[in-house]
Design a protein around this ligand. Sequence first.
Ligand SMILES: [Zn+2]
Length: 509
Amino acid sequence: MSHRKLVLCVVDSLRTEMLTEAARGGAAPTFAELLERGSLISDCVASFPSVTPACSSEIVTGVRPDRHWISGSNWYHRSEGRYVEYGSSFEATRAFGLFRSLYDIVYNMNMSHLSHEVETIFERLGDQGVRSACTPFLIYRGRTRHELGLEGLLRRVAVAASFRHATWGPDELFYGELYSSRVVDCRPTLARPGTRDEYSACVGRELVANDLYDFLLFSLPDNDHHSHKFGPEAQIESIARADAAFTELADAAGGLDTFLDQNAVILLADHAQTRVEHPLPLAEALGSQWRVLQPNGDPAGAELAVSPIARAAAVYVLGERRRAARRHAEVRARLREIDGVELFAWLSGDRAVVERDGSELRFRRGSGVVDRRGVGWEVEGDLAALEAEVCAERFDSQVYPDALARLWSALRAPYAGDLLISAAPGYELVDWGGVTHCPGGSHGALRADDSLAPLVLCGLEPGTEATREQWALCDVADLVLDHFGIGERRDSLRVHRPAGTWPAFEVGG
Ligand SMILES: [Zn+2]
């Protein structure tokens, strides 16, 4: 167990080569120091879909969507008969209703949708008396009760929505206008993307200066917004701002040397980002053939629900079981014709199937081949479906990293769609507000470009970086717990799924 505190700094959408370029060119001097003194893992793999709600959940719980249950930024809630929208865009939020979305993003995501069968790092640390803190981050569930704070614009929204719930978070929880575990002289700007790193930095300074944490999750979301708007190649500017925000923490400790004497640091991204040019209006395309459930529509008459998830999507086949099985096959036939749908996957019996360009690969857990994370699989069909190769019983795909395990977990998640889609390079799904980031940046796909991002370890046990061949976001929780000498995750909890969320039918063929 280390004598140091630990800061987990999450820079949203940070690309590895943009980080190293910003460090080399002088735009990010503090991150350059972390790289110099620590070690860089350049290809830590994100969740699928590679979007912030799923990835943040994986970071904080150490498990993937089949266990933490957060399937994406939009999903269809079968038992409630409605879409859940976590704020893909302001327009999408408005399409579902501001109150409803606020409730889902801030409260339900942590208190209802995130599985209670797994524990977050804040809960594990809290149980051991380790003081935890976080700046605004989607997943914050912990052991300490916090009353609603309410300031500014969100106050008016929340009051109008009769939203007055207390929540449970780390000891020190700062969530902009909504929750603040103590009075700080920082202007919350949760509702305005692009100005949130400043708030994190301001709160972080207080936490460092007053010694209020052993573990701090320091979230810097603005790089995502900047990169969506101007494209991933423009990240240097927003990385410089993230670096400046992080530097404020170090300054509050009296300089970087003192700060790093007192704190180990893990710097990482939740996912990367790639260039997008072409909108993919999937709901509209499927809507010409089937009745697609609209935002706040009546599910009774709908045949499909469609969840656009940036560069991924989920399709839910609704209605009576036998008809649904046939419709599933018809939807697959239609997906083959839609520009921008690169691959799609589904469950068939006890196997997962992935199809791309006429090639089909079926797989399940087993002992035929082993992936780069040491997990065994039985695969049959065409490896070309994942541009994969098998060499000496080792399964690998450069194009779709950790593809089998990520698809397997995504498909078996209780709120997963009956079909999961990954978009081709350059395409982004049109969200329910009618919006994309084209031309600009986006993420969400199974591809390496969306999925591989940096993981920098500084001040952890020497040699930690060499302990895995392929790092993934789900490894981060164990790094945190190991740092504080807290053992293996407790896996004895019984897993039972929300009613009505098992795959609705068996799909043949
Ligand atoms: Zn994003």
